[in-house]
Ligand binder design. Structure first.
Ligand code: ADP
Ligand code: MG
Length: 315
């Protein structure tokens, strides 16, 4: 059986590949194999850092496809970079594995590295440890990115009068969880597409941003709380994934779309950006003065009841 170090070398110590190879080589002085990696951040940039932990039985089903898990574990971290307007650069990967299953490691690495290559992210280190045989299998990724000083997108920047925008479609992942046989919806759940390019292009354009991990209403709620503003959204304008119901659209998690706010004067620029990126951007409502409350109006302009989004510690 392979040792811990052989497994790391075989599956995770890869030379950077992909479109931005030159940029990668310049951003890492020392990668996997020593006691710490040494990074070469660019001048004038702030470092954006975020961590996500995925547990078997909690965030993914026991026996989940390893390649899809490798994709999703990195995708949720890339989505956090997108929501900050940061360009993802480096990642570390901590694995607790109930067994040294090489078929699993090979699949996981394929999913991880094919997404990493698309966005020019280099795996620069991590930790590999054995979990109890009963599990849970756990995957923890820390991602680091760069954003020009002063241009990061905060949750706190929304201003009264701003438009509220949503990328892509909402509710697909929740639909995929409820109906695994719906292949398009299941793909939204298992292989989300992080909106990295959109996030970078929203620098200086959006006033606030967040990614939809726990549900549209809850995540927009975080912008409202941090910004000290309210919001009115028209349900009919929300970009529903085909077949998703109102609860899935408003409170379904795991979509990894971006919700952002922007001044009304920027509408034409945002519409042009949607065409350029070939990514739907829907203007769904507006930010209001006053308490941090969200009203979602139905077709008759009545306030709809809002189900709570995902909360690990909700009773
Ligand atoms: P240490 O004992 O100093 O923590 P390790 O023996 O755990 O070092 O790891 C050896 C090298 O392999 C380190 O550079 C570490 O960052 C890297 N590494 C360990 N596990 C992983 C992993 N799952 N993915 C990427 N790099 C890893
Ligand atoms: Mg270690």
């Amino acid at each position: 059986m392979a040792t811990e170090f052989e497994l790391i070398r075989k599956y995770f110590e890869r030379a950077p590949r992909g479109a931005r190879r030159g940029a990668l080589a310049r951003s890492v002085a020392l990668g996997i194999g020593d006691d710490a990696a040494l990074l070469l951040p660019s001048a004038g940039m702030e470092l954006a850092v975020s961590t996500d932990l995925l547990l078997e039985g909690r965030h993914f089903r026991a026996g989940a496809d390893a390649r899809k898990l490798g994709h999703k574990a990195l995708a949720v971290n890339l989505s956090d970079m997108a929501a900050m307007g940061a360009a993802p650069r480096w990642a570390t990967l901590a694995l607790a594995l109930p067994a040294a299953d090489e078929t699993w490691l090979d699949g996981f690495a394929q999913g991880f590295f094919s997404l990493a290559a698309r966005f020019g992210v280099e795996l620069i280190g991590g930790d590999t440890t054995r979990a109890p045989a009963s599990g849970p299998l756990s995957v923890c990724i820390t991602i680091l990115g760069e954003v020009p000083s002063g241009l990061a997108l905060y949750r706190a920047g929304a201003l009264p009068g701003d438009d509220i925008w949503v990328s892509g479609e909402l509710g697909g992942a929740a639909l995929g969880l409820a109906q695994p046989a719906n292949a398009a919806a299941a793909r939204r759940l298992d292989e989300p597409e992080p909106r990295v390019e959109l996030g970078e292009r929203l620098r200086g354009l959006a006033t606030a941003a967040i990614d939809v991990s726990d549900g549209f209403a809850q995540d927009l709620g975080h912008i409202l709380e941090r910004s000290g503003v309210g919001a009115v959204v028209e349900y009919a304008r929300l970009p529903a994934f085909p077949g998703a119901d109102a609860k899935q659209v408003l409170a379904g998690g795991d979509d990894y779309e971006l919700v952002f706010t922007a001044r009304q004067e920027r509408r034409a620029e945002i519409e042009a950006l949607a065409r350029e990126l070939k990514l739907a951007l829907a203007r769904v409502g507006s930010i209001q003065k006053g308490e941090a409350a969200l009203q979602v109006l139905d077709a008759g302009r009545r306030a709809m009841p809002l189900a709570r989004g995902f909360d690990h510690f909700a009773p």
